[in-house]
Design a protein around this ligand. Structure first.
Ligand code: 13P
Ligand code: SF4
Length: 305
């Protein structure tokens, strides 16, 4: 696409956004051109908060399926569209409602803390949701309870360490983050001895134990922005570089290894324009699932910052 075509497409998106009274939400892992046309770019928690609070009539969710589904649960009267309908999250697919019910039957007293990277059906079986930026606070909001954490084993282990609690973790993982090893961190330290290593808690335990900072995408950006350091090694999906470079143009960022979430890269400007034009593909959640799932999301949003 040349510059003229791109500018025309952006103009169409802007006109349609007004006509449809739409808000465009984008995750930090989205392609840069998509982040640039969004009304709001954020981490999973910030996007869920925006989706719950928006007065727009249409939410265009530039992210993956579970994010748009959470928006549809939180804002049932709005039209929620996901420009790339095949953008799933392999980690979310690693737990299903039936397997979770079977596990709950084995441990009936346990509270289920469910990472938002999960289906509406799984949220419907859970006591409370969390994201990577509030998981510690969510677990602390359940004092004295036994906890089953689904589906991310690495985030579950991280929260167990942060809270000093014993947590039963589901064996799910993010293929993009779980691939990284301690060796990758050690090599990056040799290559960039001055750099701080910032990683997402979806990385393996052996990886986050070696890092200078562990946090959500928004947490990593905030750390890099406020740190006096000038070089950083980034251990999360490469889409985050777009915002990091915007906010910190004089700092240097290196990827820990090549980290790409193929699903996050399925959105493009044409798909955003088409989703606004056709109000498709719509994401909806059946009423009986929605009514059970909303409690877990609302409890998460009520946990104090
Ligand atoms: P954040 O909550 O940090 O935005 O992460 C979402 C995600 O999918 C990480 O892989
Ligand atoms: Fe899912 Fe991993 Fe992609 Fe995040 S980066 S959406 S957890 S596959």
């Amino acid at each position: 696409m040349n510059d003229l075509e791109r500018n025309q497409l952006i103009q169409e998106i802007n006109d349609l956004r007004k006509q449809r009274k739409a808000v465009i939400l984008a995750h930090y892992y989205q392609p840069g051109e998509v982040q640039d046309i969004a009304d709001f770019v954020g981490d999973s928690l910030q996007l869920a908060q925006q989706a719950a609070a928006t007065e727009a009539e249409v939410i265009v969710f530039c992210g993956v399926h579970f994010m748009a589904e959470s928006a549809a649960i939180l804002s049932p009267d709005k039209t929620v569209v996901l420009p790339a309908p095949d953008a799933g999250c392999p980690m979310a697919d690693m737990v299903d409602a039936q397997s979770l019910r079977e596990e709950k039957a084995k441990f009936p007293t346990y509270k289920v803390v469910c990472y938002v990277n999960s289906s509406a059906e799984v949220k419907a079986e859970s006591d409370i949701c969390c994201t990577s930026s509030n998981a510690e606070k969510v677990v602390n909001s359940l004092p004295g309870e036994d906890i089953l954490f689904v589906p991310d084993q690495n985030l579950g282990e991280y929260v167990a360490e942060k809270t000093g609690r014993e947590i039963k973790v589901w064996p799910g993982f993010c293929p993009t983050h779980h691939r990284i090893t301690k060796d990758d961190v050690l090599k990056s330290r040799e290559q960039y001895p001055q750099a701080k290593v910032l990683v997402h808690p979806e990385c393996r335990v052996e990886v986050w134990q070696q890092a200078d900072f562990v946090g959500s995408t928004a947490g990593i950006i905030k750390y890099a922005e406020s740190s006096p350091a000038e070089e950083f090694v980034i251990g999360t999906e490469c889409g985050i570089l777009h915002e990091l470079q915007k906010r910190c143009p004089d700092k240097k960022f290196y990827m820990l290894t090549n980290m790409v979430c193929p699903n996050m890269k399925k959105t493009d400007l044409k798909k955003v324009r088409d989703s606004l034009l056709n109000l498709e593909p719509k994401i909806t959640v059946p009423k009986e699932i929605r009514e059970k799932a909303i409690g877990a999301l609302e409890k998460m949003l009520a946990v104090k910052k």
